[in-house]
Design a protein around this ligand. Structure first.
Ligand code: LUZ
Ligand code: MOS
Length: 756
């Protein structure tokens, strides 16, 4: 089934924040962000801005009625800077005016007198100075110190991955509207309506029941709106509270790029030990996460890095330590994969470095160490592994021998172009790593005309979750999809939601929809039994009709619903789902945190232009563990998008902060993202057919984040192409592999004999 939003999107009828009709008297905000990354605020001059034509009022921290605090995990993030600023773009003031134009112009009139302090932009520097967000954490398995003696080969190195701008097409924003009784409704472009509700409550001092956070849909989130939609909502609500007027602020693109955090850059040290059969016996890794100026979600991201530090491999002896380092960048935040990709890059780099040193193909080491069912992850959970199945199916299906021969033949025949090939296996844990977040609720109403309304905590952001919720309801009731409508997300309808994140949204909310619909159906069957003089067990609702003992009865769904109403039977249900069997003990760093894992293998081929450093990705050929996809069209779309987004992170997207903490890549002319021309020419996606039971909704495994990590294979395919041209290159592991970096690698240590 097609994504139900596709028609609305194509016609431009879908409602985003900017499409909400404005209430008369609406005012507009603009933020004055700190011009320096670190300093003491001596003086903030806002009088000129306040008297600018059209300006209604300028707000600062002094206007906050509740607490000047929006930190979620750690209370370390003021909404407005007070005496100190900690990153460029940190909000110092909010101008509210009768038009966007006036508000933005007035912002230019604000002057901040800030005494600069020293700026840290590098995670390792921060760690050396003891600037940590939370204490470091270590995951351990086996006896790492004893294991080195058993290794025949030991390789060490360093790996770096840069940040990534979310670049959701719809920028951050919020619109706060005063309601009666002092209530405020906030329309927010957020993945986490409840997080917005909490932040607004904290800042305004209003209780949560006075706040209705409404979300129709987002034009993309990718993690960027998991925690960082709170700021704009809190600002608008605060102004709304003071002025008793609707206040809207939708960020211009550059403000969004400058003021919001991104994927965390990581720098890591690794040491890997193998025996003579290329079995990995030992792996030690230290991660330095660049958290930015406040915790935001960094501690949770850090944790997911540790959970994914061995990717798809079983390694018996592991020690992985992770530091969350405080720097003077905007607080970095969730981004598709949530620290997992950063951890996986390092183990892949370690394997490639070992392979290069030993003169073997990295795929041999990769394949020899894939997880088996029953193998333990460093955090104690046992794998139910599909890694071998995915890997072997990919080799067979895509004829790896022929692919390799084609690459080798090309490289023999070409001087100035080289191809590289790489395997990228993926194993990704599904559940919020914080166990308590794995809960969801759904509210289902059946109306007397037979139509069905479903509300959940799920936020539609292009991933197709609404379509999946509709499928769940229409499948349980066995009625036509057109009878089911998925309503916008609202904290007054569904409370205490977890963010739409962690790839778990369809599972968690879908299970709640399943429970609610199943309960209503149970009641309807009782009604049918009474109406038709039979037992509830013999009643079925199928294709919109009531059946008894396998025979159609002529009673329609709508008649059944009406009969239930006449008998005063409830046609509504609010269901609560909590993922069973998951737990984690942070004191021991052991447990069973994930409902299940998603597996897959990608084979990547890239062609490098060895004169210019340019490249194209020829193919990304994937075997992916969908479980049993409930919507192959949507799921394939998620995989294609994930691959391209992962590839962008690994190749061309370069977040650049200078030493003073200013973002230099602050527009789309300086920050390059994949366009249609950089998409791999061939993306093949084959499902792995498994009949394993699992905790996914309808056994359809989560698909949001895992495919992003196939993109890591592009980095290693390019590295392999560089080495085909320049075998003596000693290349660092530093992503993204921009064309500039590829070019430097191609001619590293051999500038004197440029061919041609
Ligand atoms: N958000 C979160 C996430 O709070 N916890 C997680 O484990 C997670 N994982 C992926 C993406 N967002
Ligand atoms: Mo996300 S990184 O699942 O918000």
């Amino acid at each position: 089934m097609k994504n139900i939003d596709s028609t609305g999107h194509t016609r431009g009828e879908s409602i985003y924040l900017d499409d909400i009709p404005l209430v008369q008297g609406t005012l507009f905000g603009a933020v004055f962000g700190s011009p320096v990354a670190h300093g003491i605020v001596r003086r903030l001059q806002v009088t000129e801005a306040a008297s600018y034509p059209g300006v209604v009022r300028v707000f600062t921290f002094r206007d906050i009625k509740g607490d000047n605090q929006i930190g979620g995990i750690v209370p370390d993030e003021p909404l407005f800077a007070e005496e100190h600023v900690h990153f460029c773009g940190m909000p110092l003031a909010l101008v509210v005016a009768v038009s966007e134009k006036a508000a933005r112009a007035a912002v230019q009139k604000i002057r901040a007198d800030i005494e600069p302090l020293s700026v840290i932009v590098d995670a390792r520097v921060a760690q050396a100075k003891g600037e940590l967000i939370v204490p470091p954490r270590t995951f351990r398995l086996g006896d790492i110190d004893g294991a080195w003696a058993l290794c025949d080969h030991i390789v060490e190195g360093r790996a770096d991955t840069n940040g990534q701008e979310h670049l959701y097409i719809e920028t951050q924003g919020a619109y706060a509207v005063p309601m009666e009784n002092g209530n405020i409704r906030v329309y927010s472009s957020t993945q986490a309506p409840t997080a917005v509700q909490r932040a607004v409550s904290k800042v305004t001092g209003l209780p949560m029941h006075a706040l209705d956070i409404e979300v129709t849909r987002l034009g993309g989130g990718f993690g960027g709106k998991e925690d960082q939609a709170n700021v704009w909502a809190a600002l608008c609500a605060l102004a709304c509270l003071h002025l008793k007027k609707p206040v809207k602020y939708a960020l211009p693109r550059t403000d969004d790029m400058v003021m919001t955090g991104k994927r965390h850059p990581y720098s890591s040290d690794f040491r890997i030990g193998l025996d003579k059969d290329l079995k990995i016996l030992a792996y030690e890794v230290t991660f330095y996460q660049n958290a930015g100026a406040a915790a935001d979600l960094s501690p949770a991201v850090l944790e997911r890095t540790l959970f994914h530090c061995t990717n798809s491999y079983f390694i018996p002896n592991v020690r992985a330590t992770a530091y969350s380092c405080r720097t003077h960048l905007p607080p970095n935040t969730a981004f598709r994969g949530f620290g997992g990709p950063q951890g996986m890059f390092v183990i892949e780099a370690a394997i490639v470095k070992a392979a290069e040193k030993l003169g073997v193909d990295a795929a041999i080491i990769q394949k020899r160490n894939l997880l088996h069912t029953g193998d333990a992850f460093p955090y104690g959970q046992l794998a139910v592994s599909e890694t071998h199945a995915c890997w072997e199916k990919s080799e067979e299906l895509y004829d790896i021998a022929a692919m390799r021969e084609e690459v080798a033949a090309f490289n023999r025949s070409q001087q100035l172009f080289k191809k590289g090939i790489a395997f990228m296996p993926v194993c990704f844990g599904i559940s919020f790593t914080k166990t308590l977040m794995n809960q969801a609720r759904a509210l289902v109403h059946v109306y007397t005309d037979g139509s069905v309304s479903v509300t959940t905590g799920a936020v539609e952001m292009g991933q197709g979750v609404s379509t999946k919720m509709m499928q769940v309801a229409s499948t349980v009731f066995s009625i036509d999809d057109s009878l089911v409508r998925i309503q916008s997300t609202s904290t007054m309808k569904i409370a205490n939601t977890s963010p739409s994140a962690a790839s778990a949204t369809a599972d968690l909310n879908g299970k709640a929809v399943l429970m609610a619909c199943t309960e209503i159906l149970r009641r309807l069957k009782d009604v049918a039994a009474l109406e038709l003089n039979t037992t509830a067990e013999s009643v079925e609702v199928k294709a919109g009709m009531v059946w008894v003992g396998g025979q159609a009865t002529g009673m329609t769904w709508k008649q059944l619903v009406m009969a239930a109403f006449v008998r005063r039977v409830s046609l509504s249900e609010h269901a609560h789902y909590a993922t069973p069997d998951i737990h984690f003990d942070p004191a021991k760093e052991k447990g069973h945190p994930f409902a299940y894992h998603v597996y897959g293998t990608a084979i990547v081929v890239a062609t490098l232009d060895c004169l210019r450093g340019r490249y194209t990705v020829d193919a990304v050929k994937v075997v992916h563990d969908f479980g049993v996809s409930m919507n192959p069209l949507i799921d394939r779309g998620q995989i294609e998008g994930g691959i391209v987004q992962g590839m962008g992170w690994m190749t061309m997207e370069e977040v650049v902060y200078d030493d003073t903490g200013r973002l230099r890549s602050n527009t789309l002319s300086t920050y390059k993202v994949p366009d249609i021309y950089s998409v791999p020419r061939d993306i093949s996606i084959e499902p792995l057919h498994t009949q394993q039971d699992n905790l996914a909704i309808f056994r359809s495994k989560a698909v949001g984040e895992p495919p992003l990590m196939y993109g890591i294979g592009v980095y290693f395919a390019l590295r392999s192409a560089i080495r085909a041209f320049n075998p003596s290159a000693e290349l660092s592991f530093s992503a993204p592999m921009t064309p500039e970096k590829a070019l430097m690698g191609l001619y590293e240590k051999q500038l004197e004999h440029v061919p041609g």
